[in-house]
Design a protein around this ligand. Structure first.
Ligand SMILES: NC(=O)c1ccc[n+]([C@@H]2O[C@H](COP(=O)([O-])OP(=O)(O)OC[C@H]3O[C@@H](n4cnc5c(N)ncnc54)[C@H](OP(=O)(O)O)[C@@H]3O)[C@@H](O)[C@H]2O)c1
Length: 251
């Protein structure tokens, strides 16, 4: 199998949650491969910093402020992307959060927030990207940033409804695959499921980060490399799922 990113050169890729962590690393590698990358997040200042950092590379990076949990904002942002940059070829549904709460006596609003970003936002962005791909006859690629918690429940009380949201991502990946197959679509859908990765995710939700100190951990570039691998496959090959864990992590 010949792996190549050549067919995506100059095409539009949207990365949600591009202002930090895994999303920023994926955006950088896509820019390196010559794509026109539109990065979405709420912190526009962070996106502007990345625009500067990535300038002079083969492709380009354009930051747009968008809250992925706001349906109207997603619809208008994707409309702007298509009008300003062209048809969407790749969508990386990366934005995701964890919240400090519990299931036993937790905060319902926090549960909803997790599902609004990790599940409903992912579905809305997917719908808009597929609309753009189909209007322009693009055999594009959707990548869902899942988690090992989307397949197995980690023995940790800090994650509360997060594994449930990521199990939904696993189900949504396969349900969308059925929909594509039913209409004969050549659009690909891949789920990437990382184990513990060094990012801000626990810090931004107010969770103690010290628990990760002695644990084996992945780097954001590892997840970006796996994403590029899935995108590099020839049009007739589809990577369904990539699970990555740091060496030394448990089963
Ligand atoms: N780190 C890990 O150990 C790990 C393991 C497995 C899977 N994952 C998954 O990897 C993905 C990326 O996480 P990360 O670890 O890179 O976390 P991170 O460093 O906290 O980055 C999260 C990104 O999502 C964006 N985001 C959060 N809420 C948003 C919203 N409402 N609208 C738009 N953007 C939003 C953030 O941008 P703004 O705050 O600027 O909006 C940020 O760019 C998530 O889906 C996560 O579940 C992470």
């Amino acid at each position: 199998m010949v792996l190549s990113m050549e067919r995506w050169n100059g095409k539009v890729a949207v990365v949600t949650g591009a202002s930090a962590g895994i999303g920023a690393a994926i955006a950088e590698q896509l820019v390196d491969h010559g794509l026109k990358v539109v990065g979405l997040a709420r912190r526009l200042d962070r996106l502007k910093e990345l625009e500067e950092k990535f300038s002079g590379k083969k492709g380009s990076f354009h930051g747009l402020k968008a809250d992925i949990s706001n349906t109207d904002e997603i619809v208008s942002t994707f409309k702007t992307i298509e009008e300003k940059y062209g048809p969407i070829h790749i969508l990386v549904n990366n934005a995701g959060i964890v919240q400090k709460t519990t299931i036993m006596d937790g905060d319902v609003e926090k549960w909803k927030k997790v599902f609004d970003v990790n599940v409903i936002g992912l579905c809305c962005a997917t719908k808009e990207a597929i609309g753009s791909m189909r209007r322009h006859n693009v055999d594009g690629h959707i990548v869902h940033m899942n988690s090992v918690a989307g397949h197995r429940i980690p023995p940790s009380t800090i994650t509360n409804v997060y594994p449930a949201s990521k199990h939904a991502v696993t189900a949504l990946t396969e349900s969308l695959r059925h929909e594509f197959s039913e209409v004969g679509s050549r659009i690909k859908i891949t789920s990437i499921s990382p184990g513990l990765t060094e990012t801000e995710i626990f810090e931004v939700s107010g969770l103690a980060t010290s628990f990760t100190d002695d644990l084996p951990i992945l780097k954001t570039e590892d997840i970006a490399d796996a994403t590029i691998y899935a995108l590099s496959t020839p049009p007739h090959v589809q990577v369904h799922e990539v699970t990555l864990k740091p060496v030394g992590a448990g089963p």
